[in-house]
Design a protein. Sequence first.
Length: 220
Amino acid sequence: MPLNNKANLSEQIADHITDKIIRLEIRPGERIMETRIADELKVSRSPIREALHILEKNRLVELIPRRGARVTELPETFIVQLCDILTALFRLMARQCVENGTAENLEAIDAAAKRSRDCVAREDVYGYYTALFDFAVATLKATHNPLLEQLIQELLPNVQRLIYASFSIQKETLEKNMAAVMTGNQYLQERNAKMAEMEVSHYIEKAKAFALENNIFPTS
């Protein structure tokens, strides 16, 4: 990961570790080795510790006195609570996107949805996952609601963990997943708030059911 000298170093390191957690390169319950990260990124341990405090705030790691940091686990109760909260917030996001989104906002949403379709055609799982979150972020921006954006952004890292882990074991169902995204996009483009809310609720409910049925984050 190339570091940008003009950006906040600890935030860049936090993004780097977040990506490793999402990709399951550092698994739930596993310790984060500060020395390994420091050697990998050629940085001192001080900004790494700052980055870990950022990740603790986002519930990606827990800091244990005298033992360092480890990746948080995602037990069933957390997955259920996360998805239930997401349903309420994403329904509001869909409605306010329809109500407040500009033509430019809708173009960005449509472009991300089409990228997701192209990635499925290429069987590009990580590309699809990235396009899916571009779609979500573009929809969130279209609400023009800074408080809602802040609330959802704080939850997104664990949502990304949930979705990426699910995709990694259900590659063959990406077309069905993409079809749901395209349907949601259609309702947003038509400014049909009621149907957009219903579609996002259905999407999250299916994601929750899949995660629980397949035990995608077994506890240690």
